[in-house]
Design a protein around this ligand. Structure first.
Ligand code: PBG
Length: 319
C-alpha cells in the first residue's frame, strides 16, 4: 500500500474523494434594520448582514463558484408565534426576493425553515399551557413560512424544527400554493447539540427558562432513531435529507448513505467551525488544513454536500 503514497501525483491519482467547491453551501445571516454588517464574535469571519451587504457576500461566493447559500433571519420584532417568519415583508423573504432578482437561478437559494429566530421564547414552535412545544399547532406555522419563502424566491426550503409530520405538511402547503418546483431539504437527523452555541449568538436567540431543545431534537445517545427519522421524512416527501451536526455524527451519515439514493447533506455547525478557528488563533492547529480535513472526512463518510461557515475560505483555497 505504501508504494501508492510516495508522490503527490500518485496520491492524487488514487484519492477516493476530493472536496470541490460544488460540495459547499454557505450559511448566511441577515438582520432587519441593519445598515452595516456586524461581525459575530463567536464565529470569527462571519457577520450578521444588512440586505445590501448580503447581496455583496452572495456575489462574492457566486464568483468563487459556491453553488448555494442558506439564509437565516434575525427580525426586529419577535412574538410567541414567530409571525415574522411568514410575513411577506419579513427579513428573509425580502432577502430572498432581492437575491432571486439579482442572481436568478445562478446560485441555489435555500431558506432555513424554523421559527426559533422569530419567537420571543426562542423555541422552535408554539408553547402550550404546560410550557412544552405543541407539535401539531406548530405545523401550521411551518406551512405558512414555507409558502412565504417559496413565494419570495427560495429554490429549496429546509425545515429544521424536528416536529413530527413537518415534511408532509410543508409539501402539501407548497403544492397547494402551486410551488411544486420548490424542493425540501429536511433536517431529518438533528441532534440536541452543544455545538450550536455560537449560532445562538449569531441569531440573538436565548431559549426561555434556560431551556434546551431535548424535547424535540434528538438524543445523542441514539443512532437507530436517526435512521427512522430519515425514513419518515423520505416517506413524507423530502427530496434530500440532512444530518446535523456533522463531525460527531459521521456514523449516521454513513448509515444513511448505505440505505438511501437521494442526496444527503451534512451541516458542519457553528461550534465545529468555532473550535477550529479558536484553536488556530492560538496557534495550536493549522486551521486551514484542519478545515479541509474535516470537510473531506464528511464527504468520505457519504455526504453529497456540506453546509459550512468555511465555504468562502475553502472555495478560495480550492480555486
Ligand atoms: C434552527 C437551527 C439551528 C441551527 C440551524 N437551524 C439552531 C438550533 O437548533 O438551536 C444551528 C446551526 C449552527 O449551529 O451552525 N433554526
Amino acid at each position: 500500500m505504501r508504494r501508492l503514497r510516495q508522490t503527490e501525483a500518485i496520491r492524487n491519482l488514487v484519492a477516493e474523494v476530493n472536496l470541490t467547491v460544488n460540495d459547499l453551501v454557505a450559511p448566511l445571516f441577515v438582520r432587519e434594520d441593519l445598515s452595516e454588517p456586524v461581525p459575530i464574535d463567536s464565529l470569527p469571519g462571519v457577520s450578521q448582514h444588512s440586505q445590501e451587504s448580503l447581496i455583496a457576500e452572495v456575489d462574492r461566493l457566486a464568483t468563487l463558484g459556491v453553488p448555494g447559500v442558506i439564509l437565516f433571519g434575525i427580525p426586529a420584532e419577535k412574538d410567541p408565534e414567530g409571525s415574522e417568519s411568514w410575513n411577506p415583508e419579513g427579513v428573509v423573504q425580502v432577502a430572498l426576493g432581492n437575491l432571486r432578482q439579482r442572481f436568478g437561478d445562478d446560485i441555489v437559494l435555500m431558506a432555513d425553515l424554523c421559527v426559533d429566530e422569530y419567537t420571543s421564547h426562542g423555541h422552535c414552535g408554539i408553547i402550550d399551557a404546560h410550557g412544552r412545544v405543541d407539535n401539531d399547532e406548530t405545523l401550521d406555522l411551518y406551512a405558512n413560512a414555507a409558502v412565504a419563502q417559496a413565494e419570495a424566491g427560495a429554490h429549496i426550503v429546509a425545515p429544521s424544527g424536528m416536529m413530527d409530520g413537518q415534511v408532509l405538511v410543508i409539501r402539501d402547503a407548497l403544492d397547494e400554493a402551486e410551488q411544486t418546483d420548490v424542493s425540501i431539504l429536511a433536517y431529518s437527523a438533528k441532534y440536541a447539540s452543544a455545538f450550536y452555541g455560537p449560532f445562538r449568538d449569531a441569531v440573538d436567540v436565548t431559549i426561555a427558562d434556560g431551556g434546551n431543545r431535548s424535547g424535540y431534537q434528538q438524543d445523542w445517545r441514539n443512532g437507530r432513531e436517526a435512521l427512522e427519522e430519515i425514513r419518515l421524512d423520505v416517506g413524507e416527501g423530502a427530496d434530500m435529507i440532512m444530518v446535523k451536526p456533522a463531525m460527531s455524527y459521521l456514523d449516521i451519515v454513513t448509515r444513511a448513505r448505505m440505505e438511501l439514493d437521494i442526496p444527503i447533506a451534512a451541516y458542519h455547525v457553528s461550534g465545529e467551525y468555532a473550535m477550529v478557528k479558536a484553536a488556530a488563533a492560538n496557534g495550536w492547529i493549522d486551521g486551514d488544513v484542519a478545515a479541509l480535513e474535516q470537510l473531506t472526512a464528511i464527504k468520505r463518510a457519504g455526504a453529497d454536500f456540506i453546509l459550512t461557515y468555511f465555504a468562502g475560505d475553502i472555495a478560495q483555497r480550492l480555486a
